[in-house]
Design a protein around this ligand. Sequence first.
Ligand code: F6R
Length: 239
Amino acid sequence: MKTKVMSKDAANIEVADIIIGLINEKSDCVLGLATGSTPLGVYKNLVDASKTGKVSFKNVKTFNLDEYLGLEGTDKHSYRYFMNHNLFDSIDIDKNNTHVPSGVGDYQGHINKYDDHIKESGGIDIQILGIGTDGHIAFNEPGTPFDSLTHVADLAESTIRDNARFFSSIDEVPTKAVTMGLKSIMNARKIILLAFGDNKKEAITRLTKGTVSVDFPASILINHPDVTIYVDEEAAPNK
Ligand code: F6R
């Protein structure tokens, strides 16, 4: 696991450039994508690169990490809406090649097929991750088994509190989500985790200390051969 400390802007440029480089080398690559505040700068840079013709997403396939249970993709708080709004609607991607777990209808049927669908698409080349203050990645909260595949998860109290900023009241935050599991994430060939701001410092310090434990889900990444963590000064680990 490599940790790179730089400004948020520099990290957003470097990570976008890595993704652009991959697409230009392998036009039908598979990207694993996250929502939340953290990847927004990278997505903005990808939109700009698409608009200036630096890259084409025409054959790219994407799989998102998670979706709130019970929210339709048209709901402004859903992660499908977030992805359309912040990335897919502004690049030349085929929407049929974009996958976000379904949180409605036969979501269980969809869950059962999600990991196979990723595998059949060639497997994730680069997985983008944020991290929760409690060490969650996707919605794998503390205690999630390391061999978990896509499943329905209960959100931790701290995650509901953290995510309330996107809703008009904390009571509106769904308490469950469909999420790729820890094993699903570990199957990616390359993983890039981003963390910005002092509220992530404690989690990054714990992650880089190196103890692998189900109590701190992100620690599973220590066992992956190709993980790079990009942090700004505020989120940089305590020595
Ligand atoms: C979102 C996701 C979550 C977030 C995490 C950090 O798809 O999987 O694990 O990455 O909650 O969220 P932000 O970036 O809003 O701090």
